[in-house]
Structure formats: C-alpha cells, structure tokens
Design a protein. Structure first.
Length: 428
C-alpha cells in the first residue's frame, strides 16, 4: 500500500505494529473483528524513502489465492483501493524517484523474454539512457544560451559568440543523436527477436529442423502455430539473441493456389528476414534454394544448411561442409554449431555499438529522437543560411529540447504517462 494514510489503514490489521521502518517484522494480520487472517512479514517505509516515494507498507502474506485476497479485502474495507496498472511506478515518476525512461525499463524488465532484452532493460533502469539524453539536453541548452547572446547583440557583425562555435556545438549534438538512433536496429532485434527463416524445397527437412531447434532450446518463449501451408513461428532463446524461427512453405513453382499462397508468403518472409537458413539435402536442392534466395534480393545473412547429414556419405559431406553447416534433425548433429553460426552472423551485423552502450528499444523513443533530429537540422539550416532571424531559428532548438524532456518525462505530459503506464501489469 502506498499513500499518506497507508500506515493508518494497515495499523487496523497489523499487530504488533513494527517498531522500525525498513525492518522486516513478523506480525499477525487480523480482520476488522480481530480474527486471525495470517502471520506475515510487514515492512514500513516512510516517505520519501520508498519505491513510490510515498509512505508505504509492504505485507508479505503466505501465498495462494485466498489469503492474499482476504487481506486485500480487509485493507480495502478500511479505506485502501486497488492500484491501477503501473500506478506504483507512475507515482515513483511523479515523486521524482525515477524518470520515465527508467519506468519503461521496469515494464521491459518484467516483460523481458530474452537475456539481451533483460540486459538492455537493466541498463536503462540504471539510468544509462537517461544520462545520455540528459547530456544531450544540456548540450542543447548550452547552445540556446549562446544564441541568446547573439540575439542580444545583433548589431555586432561577429557577436560575442563566434557563429562557428554554435555550429560546432549543433553538429556535436546531431552526432550524438545519430549515434543513439543507430542503435534502433539492434534495439528492434533485441525486442522482437531476429527473424530466422528456414527456406528450401519441399521435403528437404525444414519442419524437422524447426522442431529440432525448438526442441533443444532451453526456453521456448512463444509458440505461434499456423496452418500447414502458412508459416509457423517460435521464439527461442539463442545464445546471444532471441531468435524468431519461421518455418515456411516449400519453395517451388506450383499451380496449386493454396500452396502458391504459401510460397509467396515464404518469399515475403525471406525478404524481411535477418537470417535465412538455406536448406538442401542434395547438391541440386542446395543450388536451387540458393539461386531462388539470390533472385529475391534479401538483405539477410544467408547460411547454407546441409540437412539430413546422417544420410550423407562422409566423402560427400567433406565436400559440402566447406560451404554449408551440416545438420541432422534425426540425430541432433550440428544443431549447436548452427545456433552459434546464427548468433555470430547477427553479432557481426548488430553488435557494432559496443554491448553496454544504451540501446533504443521502444518505438516511442525512436519517434522522439527522430523528431529532435529533424528540429536540430531545421535549426542548423536556418542558422547557416542566415535566412531566418536568430529568434526564429531558436524555435527549432526549443522544440528539440522539448522532445528530449518529453522522452525523459521531465515536462508535464499526462497523456504520455497514460500511454506508458496503460501497458503495465497491475501491482507494479
Ligand atoms: N534421416 C533423416 N530424415 C529426415 C531428417 N529431417 C527430415 N527427415 C525426413 O525428411 C522428410 C521431410 O521432412 P520435413 O521436415 O517434413 O521436410 P519439409 O517439407 O522441408 O518441411 C520426412 O520424412 C522426415 O522424416 C534428418 O535429419 N534425417
Ligand atoms: Mg514442412
């Protein structure tokens, strides 16, 4: 319970009342008639030294469905009310215990379905992204104050602040924004998982490979079954990246309308993939699939996979192994090597920024950073061309600063708070 009367409400149901704040105390929990409900650990927090910044009581009852519900019922009868989704964290933001970026990190940490997502959330919770954004904001405020001089002394050709110095500062801020925006693809990969499409002619063993990879995965995060003709997806926890495995319909020319749809669908998947596993169980099948993928012009990393390697003679395999990763869904051979190879391809492409730099993982952040970038560029153009009076150019700068403040939640943005916290689970 969080709020100024939290202790008063709890005191009607908790005995003995804990002597000290922030000390876990074993207490009896009673209903309004004094009947015993539970024996529970009660911890008091005095404002502002709590998660929300309010006065807080934490009651750790025994588990199950009934006991906690009965205790809550009693507290509500005594004047408490159930919290709205994310209300505790919302209060923490409003009370200045954390900024909006950190609050979002709390939600991301709870929702994290892969280790990279969890790591990014922990770093954001720690304030890594906030510090970057605050640094950018103060750089822009600095530029604003330089311009203020220029506006105050318009009659001087070269005001007290050289125009080049302002331009340099603007360009430094743009570079910093660009660097943050450059982490967007990595952030999307972390949030949604890398699309790993299993492609190949019918019967080369795609579905078997899909099942084998899902089967050996430590954690299957989601399982999205489709029809046999449709693509089937499952998100598995790769070693470094969450992998969204997609089993597609076979690639071959066909006149069957339903199967044709399946083929077109798999072509779309291949075009949008991060990684394509080009599967073949013979030299011809391998050549065909690689030709078809090349014709689609995908930007994905293409990994040739020699399927059913348990059926291939060792001499043949030795020849093929140079190019393709040999796997067998039947024996499990090569599956670990294949996952490692997928991880490597993704790391080569998306690890460039260093793994502990802040990452932009939310669409909200991306949109705001892009808006700030646009305003900063508009300012720069106006400033260089001298077409705009400095006061007008400065409006763009102000908008950019305001964007960053919205990002971090330091301006009054009730609707932003509503949107962010509506996605929270109840009780956080
Ligand atoms: N020996 C062997 N047979 C396999 C292997 N993988 C798949 N098969 C067989 O090949 C056939 C086609 O497999 P399937 O996964 O349905 O291929 P898809 O049409 O590409 O999805 C089935 O009869 C499988 O049992 C494998 O690793 N070893
Ligand atoms: Mg299949």
């Amino acid at each position: 319970m969080s709020g100024s009367n939290a202790h008063d409400i709890a005191a009607r149901h908790v005995a003995p009342w804990p002597v000290d704040a922030r000390v876990a105390t074993l207490c009896d929990i009673r209903d309004s008639e004094g009947g015993a409900l539970d024996s529970a650990i009660v911890t008091l927090f005095e404002a502002p030294n709590s998660y929300t910044g309010d006065t807080v009581v934490e009651i750790a009852t025994h588990g199950g469905d009934l006991t906690p519900a009965l205790v809550i019922e009693q507290l509500v009868a005594s004047g408490a009310r159930p919290a709205a989704p994310g209300e505790f964290t919302r209060r923490a933001v409003l009370n200045g215990k954390m900024d909006l970026l950190q609050a979002e990190a709390v939600a991301d940490l709870i929702d994290a379905s892969s280790r990279p997502m969890r790591e990014a959330a922990v770093r954001q919770l720690d304030g890594g992204l906030s510090r970057r954004v605050l640094g950018l904001r103060s750089a822009m405020l600095e530029i604003e104050s330089l311009i203020a001089y220029d506006i105050d002394f318009p009659e001087e050709d070269e005001g007290p602040v050289p125009r080049d110095r302002i331009l340099e500062a603007v360009d430094a801020a743009r570079t910093s924004l660009e660097q943050l925006l450059a982490t967007v693809p990595r952030g999307e990969l972390i949030r949604s998982g890398a699309a790993v499409v299993i492609a190949g002619e019918p019967n080369v063993g795609k579905s078997s490979l899909f099942n084998a990879l899902v089967g050996r995965s430590r954690a299957i995060v989601t399982d999205v079954p489709g029809t046999t003709r449709d693509a089937i997806e499952a998100v598995i926890d790769g070693d470094r990246w969450p992998l969204r495995l997609i089993d597609t319909a076979g690639m071959r020319d066909t006149t069957d309308t339903v199967e044709r749809m399946g083929v077109e669908l798999s072509q779309d998947h291949i075009r949008a993939a991060h990684v394509v596993l080009a599967c073949g169980d013979s030299a011809t099948a391998m050549e065909n699939v690689l030709t078809q993928i090349a014709a689609l012009g995908t930007a994905a990393a293409v990994i040739p996979v020699w399927t059913k390697c348990d059926l291939t003679s060792p001499t043949q395999l030795a020849r093929e192994e140079e190019n393709a990763v040999p796997v067998s869904a039947s024996t499990g051979a090569g599956l670990r090597e294949l996952t490692a190879r997928i991880d490597d391809e993704l790391s080569n492409r998306y690890d460039s920024g260093g793994t502990d730099a802040p990452v932009v993982t939310r669409a909200r952040h991306r949109a705001i950073l892009e808006a700030a970038q646009v305003e900063l560029s508009a300012f720069r153009r106006g400033w260089i061309s001298n077409e705009l009076p400095a006061t007008v150019a400065a409006v763009h700068l102000r908008s950019a600063v305001h964007s960053l403040e919205e990002l971090i939640g330091s301006v009054d943005v009730e609707d932003v708070l509503d949107r962010v916290f509506s996605s929270f689970c109840v009780g956080k």
